[in-house]
Design a binder for this molecule. Sequence first.
Ligand SMILES: Cc1cc2nc3c(=O)[nH]c(=O)nc-3n(C[C@H](O)[C@H](O)[C@H](O)COP(=O)(O)OP(=O)(O)OC[C@H]3O[C@@H](n4cnc5c(N)ncnc54)[C@H](O)[C@@H]3O)c2cc1C
Length: 510
Amino acid sequence: MKRYLYSGETENLKREQCDVLVIGSGIAGLYSALHINPEHKVMIVTKTKVDGSNSWLAQGGIASVIAPDDFFDSHIEDTLVAGAGLCDRKAVEVLVDEGPKNIQELIADNVPFDHNPEGDLEITREGGHSHRRIVHAGGDATGRETTKRLGEIAMSKKNIEVKFETYMVDILTDEKGVCGALVNDGEYKIIECRNMILATGGIGHIYLSSTNPAGAIGDGICSAARAGAEIFGMELVQFHPTTLAIGSMENSERAFLISEAVRGEGGILRNQRGEAFMQGKHPRADLAPRDIVTRAILSEMKKEHLDNVWLDVSSMDEEFFKHRFPTIYQKCHDEGIDVPREYIPIRPSQHYQMGGIQTDLDGKTNVEGLYAAGECAWTGIHGANRLASNSMLECLVFGRRAAEYINGHFRTSEGGVKAGRDESTGKCSEIDNKQLEVRKIVSEYANAVRTRKGLAEGKKLMDEISEKADKLKLVNPEDYDYYNMVCTAKMILDGANERKESIGAHYIED
Ligand SMILES: Cc1cc2nc3c(=O)[nH]c(=O)nc-3n(C[C@H](O)[C@H](O)[C@H](O)COP(=O)(O)OP(=O)(O)OC[C@H]3O[C@@H](n4cnc5c(N)ncnc54)[C@H](O)[C@@H]3O)c2cc1C
């Protein structure tokens, strides 16, 4: 693996300074930035606009023990069961215990959570949860409403500067740990800082079909690995059972999610013969953990030689469905599906990365001054399979903890940071159109159902590609994207080959 992607001159680069650099403007990045003490200068660097994150797309809601008949122990237990034995119990306890106070803070910050006609907070149930504990906003637009509001607040703060369309290329380190980042916003710059929070989100776009936006390729995880951070569990990739099955997977920009909350409100999976095939497969039937539902769907598709199965939402009346799931209602009608009367064709797609940059309970990595929060981090709370709606909660709880730790252990910037560079001499022109090759390999060999033989074959192919990529000279963000996709794919296939047991989302058929 290269140490640096940047291969240009390093002497005359422009320089800027901040106290805390946050990479990513999803919920983890925004919420952590908002919890840094106001006397510290915070910069948020994000490679897209405000709507380019997984957070923006999140539909169902945020899980937390809010309902009077719910229990902390029950949320902990549900999370541990979904995680299939790989969760860190202490981290799960922190997540669950600190959940409600962060939801209360979002309410105080005027995130517009949905209320019923009596004026009470609407609380729904999703797959794997034994109680109603999911709060939502805009019906099925929780992520958009939360990100929008946190973004507005961040941009109103004097100590926070948000730099959109700015690509973090390399993390810079010296003998004292993190000292800055090399970024590109049309020109290359060094941002000097001694405290950095990576909140760079997921990896979905390295798969042919994913609910994630195009920028989700694991580049934050790769840059951390190149700077010496420990990475854990990259083979633990979650597939969402229900994404809209329209057109071919290969050409689809992004798979449209049909939230688990639709099954929470009574949606039922059916096969070609109309049978509710989840009955008898798991005590929670259609609301079983995601990996179980995904595999049941794939098995039905294989048995019947089908490209999809169906979600029957006819138990809901039209007004309810339209009000509760306005985004899904509109999308289905745009595609000519007359919900709730007609069944929705669905199939599984990549959705979430459980593994990532290893952190402790304060978001700290093994690199001094480097923190990670949200989907790019491995805190141990999701184990081998994430419980629905626990991820936005993770962004809040652990994003805030990282910020509070930095406030108490602040490292002062000293300036004079040196950028490193890559000296490779290969040609970047060899990269053209190679992204698809990587996406096909990962989709074929590291999908929701894996085989030992396939994993070995996938690793062999990725090792060859990675060896060639290491020799290339990279000169622009498209080249960096390609290299980061290769690194992410290799980490997934290496991890999947190393992990011998079949567990949770890492399901080995043979
Ligand atoms: C369709 C969909 C529905 C979902 N529904 C739910 C739900 O109902 N409940 C739930 O809890 N979770 C849900 N999730 C998962 C959840 O939304 C995410 O896990 C979570 O929001 C991730 O937040 P984050 O802040 O860690 O990352 P993101 O929100 O993905 O933000 C990552 C940010 O990092 C930036 N970035 C990445 N690399 C770089 C770089 N090199 N330089 C600069 N910037 C960079 C990106 O531009 C982006 O701003 C859903 C996800 C999807 C895709």
